[in-house]
Ligand binder design. Structure first.
Ligand SMILES: Cc1cc2nc3c(=O)[nH]c(=O)nc-3n(C[C@H](O)[C@H](O)[C@H](O)COP(=O)(O)OP(=O)(O)OC[C@H]3O[C@@H](n4cnc5c(N)ncnc54)[C@H](O)[C@@H]3O)c2cc1C
Length: 464
């Protein structure tokens, strides 16, 4: 027994030592993969790269929704400040223009556990729904058609038990004043055009958007507010201090007292937030525009996007120009060792699995051929809960992480939060359960890779 105890303690100590050594033995390089998605077609050409060393009041790394919206709010609130945004490729290169286009209210954790805390759900719903209104106003201000539709978004349920529970959840949320409806199997069939679900929860305030056009809008708004954007400018190192020094791949430097880290699933490449998230690679496929007759036959009357209730959920959407896109599912997520980036080409078996599922949901299609498939990394925290706040020895590094596949809308809510934190208005956000939150610890390699494999095997069993 004693010997067993010593062996166990020895293995634990050995495991902990390997864990601690991993970032040094397996350092991550800055390597940002190119966005090959359908949505990326709508992104504007990249601005010039940073050509000379510069000083700023705030430097933002990352030109996705988080970075662009934070920079926009910072400059809008303090027009005298010099705000520089550095993007490795072009704005919208990351998850912001690779996603499932679902424009959702709420947050990833409240979406999954809706109804547990109705008062909090209501407050968060109001905050995030009003952000969708703000996106609509921003688009109107810049006369941009970002294909924003709020015909609702649904969470489709695969089993009768889930449908029964969802009905109770919907009643609780409805009583708390949220516009959440329960659809029974028939209504779900009529709304989504498929009979594979036993019911659905529908949030009338949610909807969909063209992610590439939304990223382009944020970029336009940030530029108009006076943000200096430099693209094709990867940051390769950060030396923190009262004045941070960032060095770019071209050798130029930016010095600023405030750093906003908006690098999402790539943050660990700069040595940040490694234990707070794992970059899960998600795969997506999109069809060509369907014929009008096929759209009628499909019967997707609501045109609302939806995800389903699997642990490895699928999500689907119907675009304005009548394309269907599908992502996720048991074959639609992966993890590349040591926080690796998505492969340049989608493996054929992943695309085939997405096509097979799309045909299962909509047999009316007859056959499925994707015009394009792509991959993007999702910054998943262990408890699928986001975090936003400040960190570093001097508390002058600002971050948001852990959107866990629910960030198209939440990112610009956090953009406002981050701008307020930079301005010292922390008190306004104390009620938000994501402020300066410590995400559950995710160990380094090889435990991370082994653990994620084990979780995937378990969810495969759970989902059957
Ligand atoms: C496949 C997929 C499907 C999704 N579906 C949905 C959905 O339907 N609904 C939803 O709400 N959410 C969804 N999400 C999540 C959502 O897209 C993200 O939460 C959100 O876009 C994150 O935005 P961001 O600005 O924080 O990060 P990103 O958009 O990833 O931006 C980070 C930026 O930082 C840049 N960068 C990284 N490192 C450096 C560096 N060293 N130097 C300079 N620049 C750097 C990158 O190029 C990138 O442009 C999905 C995500 C994926 C990947």
């Amino acid at each position: 027994m004693k010997r067993g105890g010593i062996a166990a303690a020895g293995s634990l100590a050995g495991g902990a030592a390997i864990n601690a050594a991993a970032p040094f033995v397996l350092p991550e390089a800055v390597a940002v993969d190119r966005n090959r998605s359908h949505w990326a077609e709508a992104l504007p050409a990249a601005a010039a790269a940073l050509a000379a060393t510069a000083d700023a009041d705030v430097v933002v790394i990352g030109g996705g929704f988080t970075g662009l919206s934070t920079a926009y709010y910072l400059r809008s609130q303090s027009p005298g400040q010099r705000v520089i945004l550095l993007e490795a490729q072009r704005c919208g290169n990351g998850a912001s223009a690779r996603n499932g286009a679902m424009l959702l209210t709420s947050t990833p954790d409240r979406w999954l556990r809706a109804g547990d805390e109705p008062a909090l759900d209501r407050r968060i719903h109001e905050l995030t729904a009003s952000n969708i209104d703000a996106l609509r106003s921003l688009a109107a201000r810049f006369s941009a058609d970002i294909e924003l539709d709020t015909a609702g978004a649904a969470h489709a349920l695969l089993t009768v038990t889930e449908a029964r529970e969802a009905k109770q959840t919907a009643a609780r949320l409805h009583d708390a004043g949220l516009p959440i409806e329960f659809w029974d199997a028939d209504r779900t069939h009529a709304a989504l055009g498929t009979g594979v679900y036993r019911g659905a929860l529908c949030d009338a305030a949610s909807g969909q958007v063209h992610p590439g056009k939304l990223a382009a809008l944020w970029r336009t708004a940030a530029l108009a507010a006076g943000v200096e954007i430099y693209e094709n400018t990867p940051v390769t190192s950060v030396v923190e201090g009262p004045l941070h020094t960032l060095t770019t791949a071209g050798g130029q430097q930016v010095r600023a007292p405030v750093l906003v880290l908006a690098t999402n699933a790539y943050s660990s490449q700069l040595g940040y937030l490694r234990s707070a998230y794992a970059p899960l690679v998600a795969y997506v496929g999109i069809t060509r525009p369907l014929e009008a007759a096929m759209i009628r036959q499909l019967g997707w009357q609501s045109r609302a996007p939806f995800d389903d209730s699997r642990t490895d959920e699928y999500w689907l959407g119907l675009t304005r120009d009548d394309r269907i896109h599908i992502g996720g599912g048991p074959q639609g997520y992966g993890y590349e060792f040591n926080n690796g980036t998505p492969p340049p080409e989608v493996p054929p078996e992943r695309a085939a699995a997405l096509a097979a599922e799309l045909l299962r949901i909509y047999p009316q299609l007859g056959h499925v051929e994707f015009e394009r498939c792509w991959a993007g990394a999702v910054d998943c925290s262990l408890d699928l809960t986001a975090s936003v706040g400040r960190m570093g020895r001097r508390r002058n590094v600002y971050y948001a992480i852990g959107y866990s596949g629910h960030g198209v809308n939440l990112t610009s809510v956090f953009g406002r939060v981050l701008a307020d934190l930079v301005a010292g208005r922390d008190a306004e956000w104390r009620w938000l359960p994501y402020l300066n939150r410590h995400s559950p610890y995710i160990p380094n390699e090889p435990w991370r890779w082994l653990g994620l494999r084990a979780v995937r095997a378990a969810t495969g069993l759970l989902d059957g």
